[in-house]
Design a protein around this ligand. Structure first.
Ligand code: ATP
Ligand code: MG
Length: 252
């Protein structure tokens, strides 16, 4: 179990998230680089006021519309995602009818299996990406992350990424897929390259998306896709950057 942080601590939430990640590291699910990536995210979250800003909520709604309106959506899961919001990611995959695929920057069979197990413990029935097959890969990625599952990412029309490296995001977009990313840094290559960027913390974005997707689930596909076509990602990113620039975020 992760160490308990006193509920009354003024940085309770932030410290609990760190504690979860350190616990994930000890279990072999998170790699040390994942902690560093989280640190970069935390800094941006601080500047955003550690809340879901309007631009993020808007992106979350459009992202849910795209997932529900897609033929073959896939949610890509790595160590930080599994550690921070395993139950929620499984629930979201169920609500939007998306497949779950493990994809790791620092890939190892052991870690993939551990993440697969964790997803299944949290209700996932099928977890893709555990065994890599050199025949199936995304062009333009130099690391082992290029290997994808025959039944998942290779044929997906839409991919949801949490905590992603810019190279893979760009390669997925270049391969013709629509890419939704959750990234607290609106300036990252991932944020800039994605079809829809959600500038929010994963721990807030995924639960928000579960609720939004439930509310949208009986909408017509044409209505959902109209919302997507009206969305301007660059403009939405500008709104996020303005919040940071104007110091409107201030955390406790
Ligand atoms: P890029 O490769 O896209 O240019 P980067 O190299 O700056 O980005 P990476 O380490 O590749 O960063 O990816 C980690 C990204 O995830 C960072 O942009 C960071 O802001 C973001 N991030 C970290 N923790 C979270 C979190 N809990 N929720 C959302 N985003 C996060
Ligand atoms: Mg990177």
């Amino acid at each position: 179990m992760a160490k308990k942080i006193p509920k009354g601590h003024p940085r309770y939430l932030s410290l609990s998230i760190r504690e979860k990640l350190v616990h994930g590291l000890k279990k072999g699910i998170v790699v040390p680089h994942g902690l560093l990536a989280h640190g970069r995210g935390e800094a941006f979250d601080y500047l955003l006021g550690e809340r879901t800003i309007d631009a993020a909520l808007n992106a979350e709604k459009v992202a849910c519309s795209l997932l529900l309106g897609s033929k073959d959506p896939v949610i890509s899961v790595n160590g930080n995602v599994a550690t921070l919001c395993c139950k929620e990611i499984v629930e979201l995959s169920r609500v939007v009818n998306a497949k779950l695929e493990v994809n790791l920057y620092h890939r190892s069979q052991k870690r993939s299996r551990l993440i697969g197990k964790m997803l299944r413990r949290n209700g996932a029935i099928i977890v893709l990406g555990i065994q890599s097959d050199p025949r199936f890969f995304i062009e333009g990625i130099s690391s082992d992350r290029k290997f994808v599952d025959e039944k998942g990412l290779i044929s997906a029309d839409t991919v949801l990424l949490g905590l992603e490296d810019g190279d893979r995001t760009e390669a997925l977009v270049n391969s013709g897929k629509k890419v939704i990313s959750v990234d607290l840094n609106p300036l990252s290559r991932t944020s800039q390259a994605s079809t829809i960027t959600i500038v929010d913390n994963l721990v807030r974005a995924i639960p928000n998306m579960i609720n939004i997707a439930r509310n949208l689930s009986n909408w017509d596909k044409s209505e959902l896709l109209r919302l997507v076509s009206e969305f301007d990602n660059k403009l939405n990113l500008l709104h996020s950057m303005n919040i940071i620039r104007n110091g409107a975020g201030s955390s406790t």
